[in-house]
Each structure stands twice: as structure tokens, then as C-alpha cells.
Design a protein around this ligand. Structure first.
Ligand SMILES: Cc1cc2nc3c(=O)[nH]c(=O)nc-3n(C[C@H](O)[C@H](O)[C@H](O)COP(=O)(O)O)c2cc1C
Length: 181
């Protein structure tokens, strides 16, 4: 963990010199499927070390916010809970992973997670936050069709990325289905 801790240290030094408020967060993916690869024990050890640094929040990137280990099928405890158990009290935790509806976000916040992050849902629905604030939850868009590309300013390289690397969380519906929806 020499490298990540060195990065945090130098970032904190730069922020100290910046002479203005600047939030420092650390974002990690808790596990890798590959062997050798990062395992939960490595991540928990890193989180304990990060507790000793001046970070303002920890952000964990998950395929599913409530997901358990992607390596150890016998371990059913949600990853965010494991991290919360070792995270310094008061250090905010942010979780991302396939969240889309306000109800899902509320449930996660109810589990003592401080912040919920939205990735692909914000591409489908850039006004998600404003709609929730305005009580317009019924008009939140959860689908994506090729006819949305221009309106949502999804460029060709981004579309290609969403339909290949990230396709499991970004199903494409046909324009006909979109009209019916
Ligand atoms: C188009 C796109 C680009 C992304 N780029 C990054 C990136 O540069 N760094 C990163 O850590 N995660 C990146 N991610 C992962 C997201 O931050 C997020 O962890 C992931 O999409 C899961 O959240 P979601 O299910 O809400 O989309 C990217 C995801 C997408 C769809």
C-alpha cells in the first residue's frame, strides 16, 4: 500500500498549499477477480491505513451497492458493511453500484451509508437530483434508447463504451419500447 498512501500524502500537501478549501476523497474498488489480485483483506488493511490520513471521505465502487464478495461466494456480508466496520467513526462513506431510484438511494442511506453515488443513471437522467428535489420522481428516466443519444449528449465513443464494457448495467431498449414507456 506504499503507492496509494504516497498519493494521499502528496495530495494533502498540495491542498495545504492551495490556501482554499478542497475536499480530498479516496475511491477504491474493493476486490479484483484476477489471481493475483486485490482481496478483501488487502482492502480492509488499506482502509485502516487510510483512517490515519487526512482524507475527507472514502468512496467504494461496487457493481451492486448491496453486493457481497465477488471472490468468496461463501461470504454473504455486503461489502459496504465490512468496510464500515473498519472505517474510522465519522469518516463519511460513499457507495456506488447500480443505483437508480430514489427509493434505492434512501434504503442505502438508511443503512448508515453517508453518500450514494449514481453513475450510469445520471447519464440516462442528468436531472435526477433536480427532479427528486422538485418532487418529480415519476418523471425520472430509467431507460435508454438510441433515440435519446442526441438529447442526452451521449457521444459515439461514450455510447460504444456503455454498450460494451458497461453493458450489463445499461440495457438498451428499442425506440418503439421507449415510446410505449
Ligand atoms: C462511461 C463511464 C466511465 C467511467 N469512468 C470511470 C473512471 O474514469 N474512473 C472510475 O473510477 N470509474 C469510472 N466508471 C465507473 C463508475 O464511476 C461507477 O463506479 C460505475 O459505473 C458503477 O456505478 P453505476 O452502477 O451507478 O453506473 C465509469 C463508468 C462509466 C459508465
Amino acid at each position: 500500500m506504499t503507492f496509494p498512501l504516497a498519493v494521499v500524502k502528496i495530495c494533502a500537501q498540495v491542498i495545504a498549499k492551495a490556501n482554499r478549501p478542497f475536499i480530498l476523497g479516496y475511491r477504491l474498488s474493493p476486490e479484483e477477480r484476477e489471481t493475483p489480485g486485490i482481496r478483501m483483506a488487502d482492502t480492509l488493511a488499506l482502509v485502516k491505513a487510510l483512517n490515519q490520513t487526512p482524507i475527507d471521505y472514502l468512496h467504494i465502487s461496487l457493481a451492486d451497492a448491496w453486493g457481497s464478495s465477488i471472490v468468496d461466494a461463501d461470504d454473504k456480508q455486503p461489502v459496504f458493511e465490512k468496510i464500515k466496520e473498519v472505517l474510522a467513526p465519522g469518516l463519511p462513506l460513499m457507495v456506488v453500484g447500480h443505483l437508480a431510484s430514489p427509493a434505492q438511494v434512501e434504503k442505502l442511506i438508511g443503512e448508515n451509508v453517508d453518500f450514494a453515488a449514481l453513475g450510469r443513471e445520471l447519464i440516462r437522467e442528468p436531472r435526477w437530483v433536480q427532479k427528486v428535489e422538485a418532487g418529480e420522481e415519476d418523471s425520472i428516466r430509467y431507460t435508454f434508447a438510441l433515440s435519446d443519444v442526441d438529447e442526452l449528449k451521449v457521444t459515439k465513443p461514450l455510447l460504444n463504451f456503455l454498450l460494451t464494457v458497461f453493458k450489463c448495467g445499461f440495457p438498451l431498449i428499442t425506440d418503439e419500447q421507449q415510446i410505449r414507456h
